[in-house]
Design a binder for this molecule. Structure first.
Ligand SMILES: NC(=O)c1ccc[n+]([C@@H]2O[C@H](COP(=O)([O-])OP(=O)(O)OC[C@H]3O[C@@H](n4cnc5c(N)ncnc54)[C@H](O)[C@@H]3O)[C@@H](O)[C@H]2O)c1
Length: 348
C-alpha cells in the first residue's frame, strides 16, 4: 500500500513567492533556464501540439499540454489585456504534472508568477545563443507585469546592466524602475519607443494589446540587434512591423504554434524559421555574424511550463514549501467509490 494516495502537493501563490525568495530571483531564473535548456535538448522525446485556444472578444483562455513519456504536464493560462484596467492580471495561470504510468497528478501549482519567471528565463536563454556578444544594453518596451522578470533574467544570464524603458503609461515605467532599483542597473526612462531602442544591443517588446500593434517599425531596428518579441502571442496580436521580419533571422519555439500566434503570422506559412531546440542541441548555428538581426518570436510553449514545473517539484522535498491537497478520491476498496460516499454520509 502506498500511503496518502489522495494527496497531491500544491504550491500556492504564497508558497511560490517564498520559494522564489528563498532561492533568490536571479538563481531561480538561471536554474529554470537550465531545466528548459535540458528539455529543449531532448525535444524529440516530447508530445507536442499547438496550445488549445478558446478566443473571445476580450481575450483568450488556453490549455498547454505535453509529456516526455514519463511525466505529463499542462498549464491553464489566460490573456486578457483589458483586465489590467479592471484591477486584474492580464495573464493568470496554474498547472499540473502527472505520472504517465498511473495518471495520478504529482503536483498542482500556481503559475501566474511561474509563467513570468519561465517566460523571462526562456527569453534570456534564447538571447544567450542569439544576442550580439557582450550585449549590455536592452530596450524594454512595455513595463507591465512581465517586465521586471525580463530585466532580471537578462541581467542574470547575459550580464545586461543598462535598461532603456518605455511604456505608453509612464506610471508603469516608474513602477519598473522602483522595483529594479536595488539591482545596480543603469536605467533610463524614455519618452518614446524610438528613444528606447537607441544604442540598445537587445530590444525586448512585452506589451499587451488585443489587436495588431506596431511597437517597432523598420527604421527603428539597426543591423546586429537582437529582438526578443514577447507580447505578440495570439492570432491578430503582434508587435512588429512586417518589414522587420523580412530583414531578420527568425527563431521560434514550436513552428506549428508560432505560425498561428507569433509575429510570423504576418508572413507566408512556409517562410523560413529556425527552431531553437536545434540551436540548443548544436545542430544549427544561432548568431552567425555581428550584422545579422536575430528575432526570437516568443509565444510560450508547453515544454517551458513543463520544465518550470519540473524545477518547482524538485525543490519541494528540501524546502517543504507546499500544502498537501486532498485532491484524489481514494476509497478503501478501489471499486467502492459509491460506498465511500455513503460512509461519509454516515459520519455526518
Ligand atoms: N511569449 C510568452 O511566452 C508570453 C508569456 C507571458 C505573457 N506574454 C505576453 O506579454 C505581454 C505583456 O504581459 P503583461 O503580463 O506584462 O501585461 P500587462 O498588461 O501587465 O503589461 C503590458 C504593458 O504594455 C503597455 N503597452 C500597451 N501598449 C503599448 C505600446 N503601444 N507601447 C508601449 N507600451 C504599451 C501597457 O501600458 C502595460 O504597461 C502580453 O501581451 C502577454 O500576452 C507572452
Amino acid at each position: 500500500m502506498i500511503p496518502n494516495l489522495n494527496i497531491v502537493p500544491f504550491v500556492s501563490v504564497d508558497h511560490m513567492m517564498k520559494l522564489v525568495l528563498k532561492i533568490g530571483v536571479e538563481r531561480f531564473l538561471v536554474e529554470v533556464a537550465d531545466y528548459i535548456e535540458d528539455d529543449f535538448r531532448r525535444w524529440e522525446l516530447f508530445d507536442k501540439t499547438p496550445r488549445v485556444a478558446s478566443h473571445s472578444a476580450e481575450g483568450v483562455i488556453e490549455l498547454m499540454p505535453t509529456s516526455d513519456g514519463e511525466v505529463y504536464g499542462f498549464k491553464y493560462v489566460n490573456g486578457h489585456p483589458k483586465n489590467m484596467r479592471e484591477g486584474r492580471q492580464t495573464v493568470t495561470a496554474f498547472g499540473m504534472l502527472a505520472d504517465v504510468h498511473n495518471g495520478y497528478p504529482v503536483l498542482l501549482s500556481e503559475m501566474t508568477i511561474l509563467t513570468a519567471l519561465r517566460t523571462a528565463a526562456m527569453s534570456a536563454l534564447a538571447a544567450k545563443y542569439l544576442a550580439p556578444a557582450g550585449s549590455s544594453c536592452m530596450a524594454l518596451i512595455g513595463n507591465g507585469a512581465q517586465a521586471e522578470f525580463q530585466a532580471v533574467a537578462f541581467k542574470a544570464l547575459l550580464g545586461v546592466d543598462r535598461l532603456r524603458l518605455y511604456d505608453i503609461d509612464r506610471t508603469a515605467t516608474e513602477k519598473c524602475i522602483r522595483n529594479l532599483a536595488d539591482l545596480g542597473l543603469d536605467m533610463v526612462a524614455c519618452g518614446t519607443a524610438q528613444e528606447a531602442v537607441e544604442g540598445a544591443d537587445i530590444i525586448t517588446t512585452v506589451t499587451a494589446d488585443k489587436q495588431y500593434a506596431t511597437i517597432l517599425t523598420d527604421n527603428m531596428v539597426g543591423s546586429g540587434v537582437h529582438i526578443n518579441a514577447v507580447g505578440g502571442d495570439c492570432p491578430g496580436k503582434t508587435e512588429l512591423h512586417r518589414d522587420i521580419l523580412l530583414r531578420s533571422d527568425i527563431f521560434v519555439e514550436y513552428p506549428p504554434q508560432t505560425r498561428i500566434e507569433g509575429e510570423i503570422q504576418q508572413l507566408a506559412p512556409d517562410h523560413e524559421v529556425i527552431e531553437l531546440w536545434q540551436v540548443m542541441s548544436g545542430a544549427v548555428q544561432g548568431r552567425r555574424d555581428s550584422g545579422q538581426i536575430t528575432l526570437f518570436d516568443s509565444v510560450g510553449f508547453a515544454i517551458e511550463d513543463f520544465s518550470a514545473l519540473r524545477y518547482v517539484r524538485d525543490q519541494l522535498r528540501s524546502t517543504g514549501l507546499y500544502q498537501e491537497l486532498d485532491m484524489l478520491a481514494d476509497p478503501d476498496e478501489t471499486r467502492d467509490l459509491f460506498g465511500m460516499l455513503l460512509r461519509a454520509a454516515q459520519q455526518g
